[in-house]
Design a protein around this ligand. Structure first.
Ligand SMILES: Nc1ncnc2c1ncn2[C@@H]1O[C@H](COP(=O)(O)OP(=O)(O)O[C@H]2O[C@H](CO)[C@@H](O)[C@H](O)[C@H]2O)[C@@H](O)[C@H]1O
Length: 783
């Protein structure tokens, strides 16, 4: 029914605005009730006017004539803008109308429409009954005003994840009966069209701008833009080229994760959930300029009408009060272990992304203990309870949570789930919905950030998942060390339409018995849907030029141009802050990470006697296994003039160490991707790493003959190999300054942004989207 509700754009006053592409875009955007479209007529007017003015400048008319025509042109342009504004208002009105319609029923969307409201509602009821959930439109006003501390500057904020990893230190330890659940996450996001209320424009200082155009803009007394026709002219506000648009690949994407920086973070997953969706959304932005020599950029999307903007959604638990997130007045109940649990939804729209936070007493106050809880009782382990609730609620976010006024809907939709914590999401999508003729075109991608955590438990805990009995086969796994057990990650990997892991190296490793931690068989069977995509980094947060943690206490921001002086200053500030002798000549080595077996912290400990004979300084930041924390404290007290450690979780210290250190040590035993080495290289800090997983992918070894490579690598996790690599690194630092600076520069000039990865994720999402078609025509991608 919604297809008939097209905007009335055929009004003569909008001229070509009523063109078919506009209507098509409206239809596409209907699922979220926002309009995707570039209205081109107004822009053409401006371009044409500009051309006319230029022509006049060259013509033979008198200056009075020229003035008159110029004024007329400006007036005409103003009228065009007024029309455009009116159009925007009309679209906004329509958005409200759609919202009011959809507050009674969930909208249908392209590709997966449920054309009858009644049938939709009856289907919805079926699902809700299955879930034991009820719909409530009660609005609950939040009184919570506390501002969360997201920087975790305190000491001793433990990584539960690390503790759980410690439970699985070795294959031998894996032999213990599977009674524990480990951390996990889920997510989803989507595209939509945005009609901006304002028409923002940002013209970076120093940009050359056509004086005539400036005159026009000033004459209009407001910000306005003209579409740039040449892609090569597009630049964003930081001088970088924006990524290409998703174009016809535009989808609704919902990323679900149990960590999401900056609100909640226990490790790399939080960083990814906070930044990948923004990069996906960026692929929907248009960057505009005018004429050949004019370049400027737009912070918010605007063109003379509405612009197609791909918007992502992130769903994460609300562990505490986040000032940016507003309650949206929707409550839902889901059954977990026979009990009704209520979820309320909070929403924030930031950098083109809809962040949706699920609030429940089960999640509250766990920001420093995301993976914690009682895992050993006869009752449902707390963490599994949270993950069941989170996945059930997240699956229905596209139906119940209006973002920008309208729910995403389940058409043209893909979820991105992350690790075992959200591996139930792909299973629920099948069991609750697809098996019942719902969400039949909704797709799921499961991302493996760390396969060592799997959500293992005894088989009888299957009942807590609240799934039909025959689904137990998805969860059953036998391995020689764990015996027959319930494995949530295994079920998710089988149920997901696509699997991604965070580097090519790791994609290979998890197919081996050493790297697959018992899941290699399933990974191999599902190899056809697996892809490795190396993580990017948030180039705003982790950029020495803009880093907010380098603006005080003697630190300084720097760029590649000011690298030597900037790093020198940051190094001195770090030495001072931590109480080390302030010496420029001494190599300062850093380590940041969870203190556990994965990160090879014990290798560093074994190498310390050798290191202490080398005239180096060592700074370590980490938290995790109590015995390793204790070891770190002991080392610090033994070599207090050379080693400083920070046992705890501090984002600020992580940034400062990354900037102040000369060398970053990452001797991880396995590393699916690793972010710290990427951050380090972006700050001109040279990595020394064990060549494994993502570390091998991202740190090509230094070749002194060709002056190539980005750091030092060693090929097995052994102390003597670490020492050997570090020795070569120190030699180069001390004796080959030019080579050292070359390493720093090469590291800093890489494109480490998420843009590349976002494009690859998009390919995976599109492949998942058209999977149904492949099945329909009988093509099995395995063939
Ligand atoms: N004590 C502390 N204080 C402050 N910040 C700290 C900290 N300890 C760690 N961090 C921060 O946490 C993040 C750790 O990210 P990593 O990717 O290195 O490891 P992690 O093993 O958590 O992630 C898993 O998921 C990511 C994302 O896919 C993969 O890159 C990785 O290989 C995989 O193991 C970094 O931002 C780091 O600065």
């Amino acid at each position: 029914m919604f297809q008939n509700r097209n905007l009335n754009l055929s009004s003569p006053k909008f001229g070509s605005v009523s063109g078919s592409s506009f209507e098509h875009s409206v239809a596409r955007g209907w699922g979220r009730g926002r309009v995707n479209h570039r209205c081109s007529r107004g822009l053409l007017c401006l371009v044409e006017n500009n051309k006319r003015i230029r022509a006049l400048g060259k013509g033979s008319g008198t200056s009075d004539d020229k003035d008159e025509v110029l004024q007329a042109t400006i007036a005409k342009s103003k009228r065009v803008l007024a029309l455009q504004r009116e159009l925007l208002e009309q679209i906004t009105e329509r958005k409200k109308l759609i919202y009011s319609i959809n507050s009674e029923s969930t909208p249908e969307t392209e590709g997966n429409s449920i054309s009858d409201k009644n049938s939709y509602e009856s289907l919805l009821n079926t699902v809700e009954n299955q879930n034991g959930g009820t719909v409530s439109s009660n609005y609950v006003q939040s009184n919570e005003k506390k501002i969360p501390d997201v920087s975790f500057l305190g000491i001793d904020h433990g990584f539960d994840k690390a503790e759980e990893e410690d439970d699985k230190l070795s294959l031998a330890e894996k032999a213990s009966p599977p009674t524990q659940y480990f951390d996990g996450q889920l997510n989803s996001n989507g595209y939509e069209t945005i009609v901006p209320d304002t028409l923002p424009i940002e013209i970076p200082s120093g940009t050359k701008t056509s004086s005539l155009m400036i005159e026009i803009l000033e004459g209009m007394g407001e910000s306005s833009l003209v579409e740039v026709s040449n892609e090569a002219d597009n630049v964003d506000s930081e001088g970088e080229k924006p990524p290409p648009l998703a174009g016809e690949n535009v989808m609704n994407v919902i990323l679900a994760a149990v960590e999401c920086a900056p609100w909640s973070k226990a490790g790399g997953l939080g960083d990814v959930a906070g930044s990948l969706p923004k990069a996906l959304a960026r692929r929907g932005h248009r960057v505009m300029g005018c004429g050949q020599e004019t370049k400027w950029s737009v912070v918010s999307p605007y063109i003379g009408g509405a612009i197609m903007l791909k918007v992502e959604q992130v769903v994460a638990p609300r562990y505490s009060n986040y000032p940016e997130a507003q309650e949206i007045g929707v409550r839902k109940q889901y059954k977990v272990d026979g009990q009704d649990m209520e979820v309320t939804y909070f929403h924030a729209f930031i950098d083109g992304v809809d962040f949706v936070f699920l609030d429940s007493p089960n999640f509250r106050h766990l920001q420093d203990n995301i993976y914690g809880g009682n895992r050993m009782t006869a009752q449902l382990p707390d963490i599994l309870k949270r993950m069941v609730l989170f996945c059930k609620a997240a699956a229905e976010v596209p139906w119940h949570v209006p973002c920008g006024g309208v729910c995403y809907g389940d058409g043209n939709l893909a979820f991105i789930a992350n690790d075992w914590h959200t591996a139930l999401l792909p299973v629920y999508l099948k069991a609750y919905y697809r098996d019942n003729g719902l969400m039949i075109y909704t797709r799921s991608v499961l991302v493996i950030h760390n396969i060592a955590h799997q959500g293992r438990g005894p088989l009888d805990e299957f009942r807590y998942t609240d799934l039909p009995e025959h689904y137990i086969d998805l969860f059953k796994l036998y391995d020689p060390v764990g015996g027959e057990h319930l494995n949530i990650f295994a079920a998710g990997l089988k149920a997901a339409d696509r699997i991604v892991t965070v580097s090519h190296g790791y994609a290979w490793e998890i197919k081996t018995s050493e790297g697959g931690w018992g899941l290699h068989g399933i990974i191999n069977e599902n190899d056809w849907k697996l892809r490795g995509i190396v993580n990017g980094i948030d180039t705003k947060d982790w950029n020495p030029k803009f880093d907010v943690h380098l603006t005080s206490d003697g630190y300084t921001n720097y760029t590649i141009e000011t690298l030597q002086s900037g790093k020198r200053q940051c190094k001195a500030a770090l030495q001072k802050e931590l109480g080390l002798p302030v010496r420029e000549d001494v190599p300062l080595i850093g380590f940041i990470g969870r203190l556990d077996h994965q990160k090879g912290i014990d290798l560093i400990a074994e190498a310390i006697p050798w290191m202490m004979g080398q005239d180096v300084q060592l700074v370590m930041l980490g938290t995790g296994r109590p015995d390793l924390e204790e070891m770190l404290k002991q080392i610090m007290s033994q070599y207090s003039d050379k080693i400083k450690g920070w046992v705890g979780f501090s984002v600020k210290m992580a940034h400062r160490i990354t900037a102040g250190a000369d060398i970053l040590l990452m001797p991880s035993r396995f590393e699916p991707c690793g972010l710290n080495q990427l951050y380090a290289m972006n700050y001109g800090t040279v990595p020394v790493v064990h060549a494994v997983g993502g570390l091998r992918d991202t740190v090509p070894p230094f070749n002194p003959f060709e002056e190539s490579g980005l750091g030092w690598t060693f090929d097995s996790a052994e102390t003597n190999k670490l020492i050997n690599s570090l020795a070569n690194c120190l030699l180069t630092y001390r004796q080959f300054k030019q080579s050292w600076e070359g390493l720093q520069r090469r590291g800093m000039t890489q494109d480490l942004s998420w843009d590349n990865a976002a494009q690859q994720y998009e390919e995976v999402l599109v492949a998942a989207k058209f999977q149904w078609y492949m099945h329909l025509i009988g093509v099995n991608e395995r063939d």
